[in-house]
Design a protein around this ligand. Structure first.
Ligand code: ADP
Length: 579
């Protein structure tokens, strides 16, 4: 609050934005200062907001997005105009794709000059560019509209299917003044920003009837289920019905992966075999082979396997997006699952029939076989380390530290970690999500540590780490309990490609051999460890978790150990082999 020449108490755009955010329970901003938002970042910190400053806006944006996922409050990312905005936009779009609530607030240049294209500093029509790439986009031109602008952004981000929102704040807005009392009255505290959406009783009955008739039922839990924070009811529904469940990547740990009804280890058996599949906050997108094809028992890749689907989703448009949904259940996961719980207790009392024993026995047999096979592979101790022997260590460490958050990206480093490392608690696994995007690693790690206060373990492919690696400085600056493990196999997928033309340049997938990523962390005062054996890796990770010091372990992995494109080789067009 300031006082003008006439001593009338006035406020300005800076303070109104800060007050509007605080009024709505926002306590942290992730961003990167510069023109025209440097002073805004300073004032926000002065007024009690936590401002976490990054080295690149994309990482700040990824941090905001995952903070939104973890807290159900929109994560805020603050950037400068044009290039900073564009850097943040990738994260905003990724947040929207993944249904994470986030608001990208970017300063922008003078509207009059931008609209006449007169060549302003960092001139860009940011609102128009953001619009098709996020859930909603707004611009505030007048200080008295700041309250409405922030309120609309918050509601848009968290209500219904969560997503990314762009808020354009022109430089001039920040310095605009208005009467302080009127300014205060113009702010809005959003009431019930993500209202419950209760499913219709007929839809609940349809779903329960389908489940009741199933011989081989299966539940698929997605990250929408994890986001919903309805953990106890979800667990109760699964245990009461006795239906086997398959967690999607970020739903791992919603119930412990070691739960006897978890069928991750028999995925390729249960998908084609199941007769009724209930999707809970999971989309039938590419990660589930679109609900058809050979994965689901279809004869061709477009053929549908004959399953009946129940789908719980907050978005009514999600049903029938890939195959017919026989029982859509539209509502928030919490309300839907509690309605289902009520329905199964009234319709069947405590005698809800568990799935047929043949189905459960067939799954158990397959699961046990695969678990034994994996145990054998994990017990090997090759030199140099491979993904399995290194991940055997990570698996133990996560088991001993179930409160730690695991961030994971890469190709092979992602696929192997997902299948080898069990998770024990909800929302502890954060990864590349719907797009399979690279570059989320350090942004997610910073935000996870900041919003949870828990230790973070980031398992990174060396290629994936490169996208956000400079943020190790951010990790050190804020002294965050993050242990980064870089699985270093000298390149993208591996380090063995050679230049087919025989020139001096290395192949496009190959990096500097024997690189020491650990030195990067040391450069900023953190702990760097070079680990070539599982014992060294274990010691380093244990020490990092004990000390809570920023740590980077350069874990040397056999450069021949990776496979091209990890598990999604089929998506990589191959040229026809010459005879
Ligand atoms: P996964 O990749 O784990 O399968 P997806 O991101 O594909 O998960 O799917 C998440 C789904 O969850 C989206 O369709 C989204 O609309 C839905 N969703 C998100 N939040 C909720 C919620 N609170 N209640 C119901 N559905 C939700």
């Amino acid at each position: 609050m300031t006082t003008d020449a006439q001593s009338a108490v006035v406020t300005d755009g800076f303070h109104l934005v800060i007050e509007a955010l605080k009024l709505n329970g926002i306590d942290t901003i992730f961003g990167l200062p510069g023109i025209p938002i440097t002073d805004f970042a300073r004032k926000a910190q002065a007024e009690g907001l936590r401002v976490i400053s990054f080295r690149h806006e994309q990482n700040a944006g990824n941090a905001a997005a995952i903070a939104g996922y973890l807290t159900q409050k929109p994560g805020i990312c603050l950037t400068v105009s044009a290039p900073g905005f564009l850097n943040g936009l990738t994260a905003l779009t990724n947040a929207t794709t993944n249904c994470f609530p986030m608001i990208l607030i970017s300063g922008s240049s003078e509207r009059e000059i931008v609209d006449l294209q007169q060549g302003d500093y960092e001139e860009m029509d940011q609102l128009a560019i953001a619009k098709p790439l996020c859930k909603a986009a707004f611009r505030v031109l007048h200080a008295e509209d700041i309250g409405v602008g922030i309120a609309r952004a918050i509601r848009a981000a968290v209500s219904g299917r969560p997503g990314g929102v762009y808020l354009d704040l022109p430089a001039k807005l920040f310095a605009q003044t208005m009467d302080a009392e009127a300014g205060k009255r113009s702010l809005i505290r959003v009431v019930d920003p993500a209202p419950k959406q209760i499913p219709g009783s007929e839809a609940v009955k349809r779903a329960v009837d389908l489940l009741k008739g199933a011989k081989k039922p299966l539940i698929v839990l997605g990250k929408g289920a994890a986001y919903a924070q309805a953990d106890a009811d979800i667990r109760s529904f699964i245990e009461k019905t006795g239906i086997p469940y398959l967690p999607m990547s970020m739903a791992k740990g919603l119930l412990p992966d070691t739960h006897e009804q978890c069928v991750s280890a028999a995925r390729s058996f249960v998908l084609p075999e199941a007769d009724v599949v209930m999707l809970v906050g999971a989309r039938l997108n590419w990660l589930l082979s679109h609900g058809k094809g050979k994965t689901w028992g279809g004869r061709t890749h477009k053929d549908w396997g004959g399953q009946k689907f129940i789908q719980i989703d907050i978005s009514p448009q999600e049903a029938d997006s890939n195959v017919r949904i026989d029982a859509p259940l539209v509502g928030d996961v919490g309300s839907c699952v509690s309605a289902l719980l009520a329905a199964i207790s009234t319709s069947a009392g405590s005698t809800w029939a568990k799935p047929p024993t043949e189905w459960l026995a067939a799954i158990a047999e397959r699961k046990n076989k695969n678990v034994a096979k994996m145990a054998e592979t994990l017990a090997k101790n090759p030199m140099p380390m491979n993904f399995h022997s290194a991940l055997n260590v990570v698996r133990d460490i996560v088991k001993a530290n179930p409160e730690a958050i695991l961030v994971n990206e890469g190709a092979n480093a992602l696929d192997f970690t997902r299948s080898i490392v069990d998770m024990y608690r909800p929302r502890k696994r954060l990864d590349v999500g719907t797009w399979g995007i690279m570059g989320i690693g350090m942004g997610f790690s910073v935000a996870a540590a900041v919003v949870s206060g828990q230790p973070v373990i980031a398992i990174e492919g060396d290629s994936a780490f490169g996208f956000s690696g400079m943020e190790v400085e951010t990790i050190c600056r804020y002294n965050l309990p993050v242990c980064v493990v870089v699985f270093n196999n000298n390149g993208v997928y591996g380090g063995t490609d050679v230049n087919p033309a025989g020139g001096t340049d290395v192949a496009p997938t190959v990096f500097v051999k024997g690189a020491r990523y650990d030195k990067l962390m040391e450069a900023f005062g953190g702990v760097g460890v070079h680990a070539t054996t599982p014992v060294e890796l274990r010691n380093a990770m244990e020490q990092a978790l004990r000390s809570r010091k920023p740590t980077l372990v350069n874990a040397v992995i056999d450069e021949t150990a990776g496979t091209e494109s990890g598990r999604i080789t089929s998506l990589n067009p191959q040229s026809v082999k010459k005879k």
